[in-house]
Design a protein. Sequence first.
Length: 185
Amino acid sequence: MQAEVSAAMGGDHEAFTRLYRRYARPVFLELVARLRRRHDAEDVLQQTFVTAWRALPRLRKPDRFVPWLFRIARNKARDHMRRDGARGLRLHDVDLLAAVGDDTQPRIDAVRDLVAGLKPRSRTIVLLRAVEGWSAEEVARSQRMSVSTVRRHYNRALAQLRESLTRRKSDDEKQKNRTTRRLSI
């Protein structure tokens, strides 16, 4: 990766295109987690990579490219929210799992709603680890936190999701039983 970053720093468009292909999706997931709207995340993703291309010659350490890129994305997301006003969460606008291509709709809807309820940092970590398959070390580097912090956030978020799914399943079964009893009366 350092070779690609160094080449891109020297103006190699093909090297930057390879970096874009490698990191656009993880950056997009970070932006969806922060902005909660796919179309906003797509706009900010483009702004992030344009800014990165223009600022790349000033990057001092090529091995810090990934955290630097994520910092640009977070700053762009923050600017976007300031400019457009922080909007409240509307779950029908959150397109987290549809953005990653899953299609078992009832289960996706339930998980999407639960993932959307996580704190932004935990949501980003879950998406990068579970969806993108990044290691804890890669996530830690991209998010500028320790590996143990990433693991702690990830495990807590998964436990929270498991508990919420169990509770939702139990609630659904209770509702189903009530409906069945009413129909048999």
